[in-house]
Design a binder for this molecule. Structure first.
Ligand SMILES: *Cc1c(COP(=O)(O)O)cnc(C)c1O
Length: 524
């Protein structure tokens, strides 16, 4: 295989747009992006109207024309890598393609412009979307109840462990500690700590799973829960999961599953069926809603019936429909009202009557626009399509594993699920680290994989292609990684000093984080 770096395009782009300066540098006094007609009403004095709230000096904003604004921000946008540009193999993050049908549906006027304070009787269509998504996610996870409120995975963890705490508290004792494997995502121990628990680490076994004998030894009446990622961050399915659940339940402890890796399970197996009591989903990972800057995220929490009384309020319920709510007019394009007044005796609505609730965790009902996108994705694929998605994600990860394992060290030989974790052991012997290889990958037109995580692998290269990638794209990626492995042998300095195709090469990441320069000062 020969690598075909996409640098030709990259270089042209670099030439045209990579030297874009600050928008303040383009500013010249009096320039405007618009022109308004002269006032045809009496002028007012804003200072008199607004009093102390009026700022006499205008803020120091750049003064530019419309095309300057457009070009500036469009050029900046080309500095970013995106899933719409190419493969984004950032392990653990499931950077899959966001299908345009999701965007289309979420922009339908009646959905996009529905107001959260609209009376329930006029919001039945919007609420049906919430209800149907909840039913789909409950079916997919095999759980009994769900809240869609949390705004991200970490927020879901927080909500889930609050449920655990409220459950134990209701039985007289919140308990003291939460067990977390050494391979866990950093948000897991952070969540446990912020919910008032001590974190106790559990070592992984040589297959990358939980050391069950060790677990059996340390679970006691002070254990509130185990937080387990399955498949683990090594990309390995926890085959002892039933026994793990039994060990916990025997001591009255609960099993929390970090569901960030559900892209390996959807349609194949259900956490509710293998003993999980509570879990979160990342709609922005598994269910194809936009990720990171394209967010916001959404981290629903699904649980078993024993935890349901503690769910955040409000909870979606069916209530008797008040006789007086039949609307006489309907808003064009607004979902819902059309079927009211046809003798329906119940309607969907929010219930706050939950004496044991942990309380609200998010304004309104969560990031509603993400619910529409996730539901569109689920319905567009259907059960068979979702299962196929899972199989393709696992197949793609294993294709990359097979294509690279002769050149990169594979610390865990256990079967890979949706991601594969190599280490830089062989390259490090020549002074090249995982971070160097990742930077060089940028020159080949790919977003880097996840670097140095999980922590139980020294010099980790964590690669998650997702089901989105075609065979051609996977081959291109493998070719790039193989080419870099060859460069490590023949020209290590080239790798060590990468990237060479970007606006700036290596940033001082520590100083950038510790001493950020956030304010532009005009030079006289
Ligand atoms: C992404 C991730 C999280 C956190 O989810 P966010 O939505 O980023 O808050 C937690 N655990 C694992 C294993 C993850 O991959």
């Amino acid at each position: 295989m020969t690598a075909t770096p996409r640098t030709t395009l990259g270089k042209v782009r670099a030439h045209q747009t990579q030297n874009e300066g600050l928008i303040f540098e383009k500013s010249s006094p009096g320039k405007r992006a618009y022109k308004l007609p002269p006032l045809d009403v009496p002028d007012v004095d804003p200072a008199a109207l607004l009093g102390g709230a009026y700022r006499p000096e205008p803020g120091q904003l750049p003064e530019v024309s419309e095309i300057e604004v457009i070009r500036h921000f469009t050029r900046l946008s080309t500095w970013n890598y995106a899933i719409d540009l190419g493969m984004y193999p950032l392990g653990s993050c499931t950077m899959k393609y966001n299908p345009r049908v999701n965007e289309f549906v979420s922009r339908i006027e009646g959905l996009a412009e529905a107001h959260p304070y609209r009376p329930e009787s006029l919001a039945q269509g919007s609420l049906e979307i919430v209800e149907l998504l909840q039913r789909c996610l409950i079916e997919i996870t095999g759980m009994d109840a769900i809240t869609l409120q949390p705004a991200a995975g970490a927020h879901g963890e927080f909500t889930g462990i609050l449920l655990v705490r409220a459950y134990h508290q209701s039985r007289g004792n919140p308990r003291k500690k939460v067990l977390i494997p050494d391979s866990a995502h950093g948000t897991n121990p952070a969540t446990a700590a912020i919910c008032g628990y001590e974190v106790q680490n559990i070592k992984s076994n040589p297959e990358g799973g939980i050391d069950v004998a060790e677990l059996e030894r340390i679970v006691d009446e002070d254990t509130a829960a185990l937080m387990l990622t399955n498949p683990s961050t090594i990309g390995v399915f926890e085959s002892e999961i039933h026994r793990i659940a039994d060990i916990l339940h025997a001591k009255g402890a609960l099993l929390y599953m970090d569901g960030a890796n559900m892209n390996a399970l959807v349609g194949k197996t259900r956490p509710g069926d293998f003993g999980v009591d509570v879990m979160h989903l990342n709609l922005h990972k598994t269910f194809s809603t936009p990720h990171g800057g394209g967010g916001p995220g959404s981290g629903p929490v699904a649980c078993k019936a024993i935890l349901e009384p503690f769910l955040p309020t409000p909870v979606l319920v069916r209530k008797p429909a008040p006789a007086t709510t039949t609307p006489t007019t309907t808003t064009p394009g607004a979902p819902g009202p059309s079927h009211l007044g046809t003798g329906e005796t119940t309607q969907l609505g929010w219930s706050f009557d939950r004496p044991q609730t942990v309380g609200r965790v998010r304004a309104f009902y969560g990031n509603y626009g993400m619910f529409i996108r996730a539901l569109a994705y689920i319905l567009a694929n259907g059960p068979d399509g979702l299962r196929q998605t899972t199989e393709d994600a696992v197949l793609n990860a294993n294709y990359i594993r097979a294509g690279l394992q002769d050149l990169y060290e594979l610390p865990y030989k256990t079967a890979s699920m949706h991601e594969v974790v190599f280490s830089d052991k062989r390259q490090a012997a020549r002074g090249i680290k995982t971070g160097d290889i990742a930077k060089r990958l940028i020159d080949y037109g790919f977003h880097p994989y996840t670097v140095s995580f999980p922590m139980i692998v020294s010099g980790a290269l964590m690669i998650e292609p997702t089901e989105s990638e075609s065979l051609e794209e996977l081959d291109l990626f493998i070719a790039a990684m193989r080419s870099i492995a060859a460069e490590v042998e023949s020209n290590p300095d080239l790798v060590k000093s990468a990237p060479h195709s970007t606006r700036v090469s290596r940033l001082d990441e520590v100083t950038a984080a510790r001493k950020p320069i956030l304010r532009w000062k005009p030079t006289a």
